[in-house]
Ligand binder design. Structure first.
Ligand SMILES: [Zn+2]
Length: 224
């Protein structure tokens, strides 16, 4: 699956956003010519797991963020090893899963290890291997509410002993509050913008832009 296009930004009579880097000749908000210089791409918060070695990653349990994630959907967590291979927990238990199935992830920022880079990489992979070995061949049974993708990530972080994460480990709530919510909030803002420009063709921030956008919307269906 090729990654869907992003969002491009130019400042004109208002901050304007477009679903393509190829802009119309005239500003859809004010009608004056748009600059011919290339627009700036709004940085996407989503990354391919293969490009994110040694990371804790979040993705929707079903589908992907850009196409079908809505705020209430379940999230799935996994960890990449130092080669970008994904280890995740699913019904079959903890296992290595195809990295290609993780094309659009949010990276959870973690405190940097205080060990030298090579030692930190070895420690990371070793902690993953130990958990994989310990969990090998144990498919999930329905009465194991505490054995899931997030409990795996928390066990991994505790085993890793990163500064600030080590002390007694993290509860799932603390992990969500301190590590997931800040980045998932930024991702949600990007998703809103991404879908808006695709639905409307363009989007302007500001009162004038908003009223004109409303005019543009009334002719078409409004998905959300
Ligand atoms: Zn304009």
């Amino acid at each position: 699956m090729s990654p869907p296009a992003g969002v491009w930004h130019v400042h004109h009579c208002a901050p304007l956003f477009f679903p393509s880097p190829h802009l119309p000749a005239r500003c859809p908000a004010c009608g004056k010519p748009l600059p011919t210089s290339p627009p700036r791409e709004v940085p996407s918060p989503f990354r391919r797991a293969a490009d994110q070695p040694r990371s804790v990653l979040i993705r929707p349990t079903e589908g992907d963020f850009l196409l079908n994630y809505t705020g209430g959907g379940d999230l799935h967590a996994g960890v990449t090893d130092s080669g970008g291979g994904v280890v995740a927990f699913d019904r079959a238990g903890l296992r290595r899963v195809p990295t290609a199935d993780w094309p659009q992830c949010i990276v959870i920022p973690l405190p940097a290890s205080d060990a030298p880079a090579e030692a930190a990489a070895a420690r990371w992979d070793h902690a993953l291997d130990r958990l994989l070995t310990a969990d090998a061949g144990r498919p999930l049974t329905t009465d194991e509410a505490d054995r899931n993708c997030f409990s795996f990530v928390l066990a991994f972080l505790a085993a890793l002993g990163l500064p600030g994460v080590a002390a007694g480990g993290l509860t799932r709530e603390a992990f969500a509050r301190e590590h997931v919510v800040p980045v998932s909030g930024r991702a949600a803002k990007y998703l809103t913008l991404y879908r808006r420009v695709r639905r409307l063709g363009w989007y302007a921030i500001g009162e004038e832009g908003r009223s004109r956008v409303q005019g543009a919307v009334s002719g078409g269906e409004d998905g959300r």
